[in-house]
Write a protein that binds this ligand. Sequence first.
Ligand code: TNX
Length: 531
Amino acid sequence: KLIALFILLLVLVNCKDSSIQTIQPQIIPIPEVVELSDSFFTINNSTGIAYDNSFKVSPQFLKDFIKSGSRINLKDGKEIQFIRDENLGLEAYVLTVSKEGITIKASTDQGAFYGVQTLRQLMPVGLENGTFSGKEISVEALTVKDEPQFLYRGIHLDVARHMFSVEFIKKYIDALAMLKMNTFHWHLTDDQGWRIEIKKYPRLQEVSAYRNATLVGHYSDQPHQFDGKRYGGYYTQEEVKDIVQYAKERFVTVIPEIEMPGHAQAAIAAYPELGCKDEPVEVATKWGVFEEIYCPNPKTFAFLEGVLDEVLDLFPSKYIHIGGDEAPKTRWKNCEHCQALINKEGLKDEHHLQSYFITKMEAYLNSKGRQIIGWDEILEGGLAPNATVMSWRGTSGAVEAARLGHNVVMTPTSHCYFDYYQSENDNEPLAIGGFLPLEKVYGFNPIPEELSTEESKYVLGAQGNIWTEYIPTEKHLEYMAFPRMLALSEVVWSNPKNKNYKDFVSRSENFHQRLDALDINYANHLYEIEG
Ligand code: TNX
C-alpha cells in the first residue's frame, strides 16, 4: 500500500511538473489589465465548451484553433464558457482562466473574438501549425480585462504596383485579426494596374490589369531597368467575395479603394475617353505620379458610378475609399471642357474642380447609404460635406479636418509607412526611401497634440500603409510589415499607460516563435535599445 501511495505521489508530482510549462503572458497588443494567479487550467479531450447564440464566430474559432493545432476536440460541456455581459463595450472582453476552467465575457461576438485571440497567445506556439504533440494544453491562470483605445485599427495593402495571391491576402487578414486590428484597406486601382473585376467594363480586365513591363528597383538617380515581362492580373468578383467573407469571420472590415481623379492611368489606358486628351496611353510601367487623370466629364462620372455599383455589391463596408491623392491638374488646365465647367459652377480653380468631383462622387455614395474616405488632398478646394480624411502628409490635414468636424484616420508617413526603410543596415532591401524604425512606430500617438479633447474625438484611429512599388514578393512584404505591425497594434489598441518600448521588445522577440510557426517573415535585427 505504501509503495502504491509513493508511486501515486510520484505521478502527481510529475503531472504538476509537466503542467508548469504554461506560457507566461506575452500578449501583443498588451491588454489593459492582466492579473496573474498561481495556478493553471488544462485543456484535454474531456474539456467541454458552452455558449449561447450571442456567440458564433468566436467559439468556433477557438474550437478550430485547438482542434487543428492539437487534435483535441472540445465537447459540449462547461469548462470553457462564453458569457454575455451587456456592461462591456462593443469590442471589450474579460478573460478568466482558473483551475476550474476558462470564461470569456463580452457583450458581442467581436469582443469575445478578441478574448479568444488573447487566449490563443497563452497557448503553445505549436498549436499555430499543428506541431504541438502534447495530449493536453496548460493555460496559466489569470484574469485579463481589455478593450481598445481606438475604433479604427487598420492595415493597408497596395496590390496595384505588385499583386498578391488570394491565399496570401487571407494570411495577411489572419495576421491582422490575431493582433486585434479590425480594418483592411485594400488599394485596388492605380496607374500601374487595375485589380478588381468590373463586369460592366471588360477592358479593365483585358487592358488595365496588365502592364508591359515591371520596373525593377530604381531610384530617380539610377537608370531604369525593366524585366521586360508582361505583369498583372486581377481579383475576380468571386475571389473578392470570398476574401470579404473571410475577413468578416475575423471581424475585419475590408475597405476597397478606387482611386480618383488621379492614379487612374491604368483605367484611362483601357478607356481613353475617361482622360482629358482622349488619346491612347499605356498602363504605367514606372512608379510615380502621372498627369493622366480622369477628366470631369459625363462619361467619367457614368463610368465611375458603374464601377462603384459593382463595388458596393461586393463590399458591405460603411466606408468606400475614393483616393483623391496626387492628382496633378496639368490636363485640367489645358482642357476646354474643364475650364467651361469651372466657369459654369463658379469654381475658383482646378483644386475646387477636384473638390466638385469628389463631392459629386460622395453624393452618389451617400445616396447608396455609404460614406467616403479620402487622402488628405481632398481638403484642397473644400472638403466634401460628409467625408472622412485619411491624413498621410503629416498630421496637419487631420487637424484641419477634425476642426471642421470631420472624422479622420491617421496614417502619417512619419509613423505609418511600412514601405519605408526600417533600419540603416547596408543590406536592407531597396525601399522607396524614408526611414521608419520600429521604435518610432511604437511611440506614435494618433491624437495630434494641437487638438483639444473635444476635437480629438474625431480621430477614429490609425493605419499602417504598405505601398508595394519595391515589394514584389510575399516574403518581402511580410519582412516590411513585421515587426512594425506588432508595434502599431499597441498604438491603436493598448492604453498608453501600459506601453513601454523595452517591454514591447521582449514580448515582440518572444512573438517571433509564433510568427515562425505561422510562416510569417519578419525583420529580426531592429531591437537594439539605445541608452
Ligand atoms: C504616396 S500615400 C502615395 C502612393 C505611393 C506612396 C509611396 C499616397 C496617398 N500616395 O501612391 O505608393 O507615396 O510611399
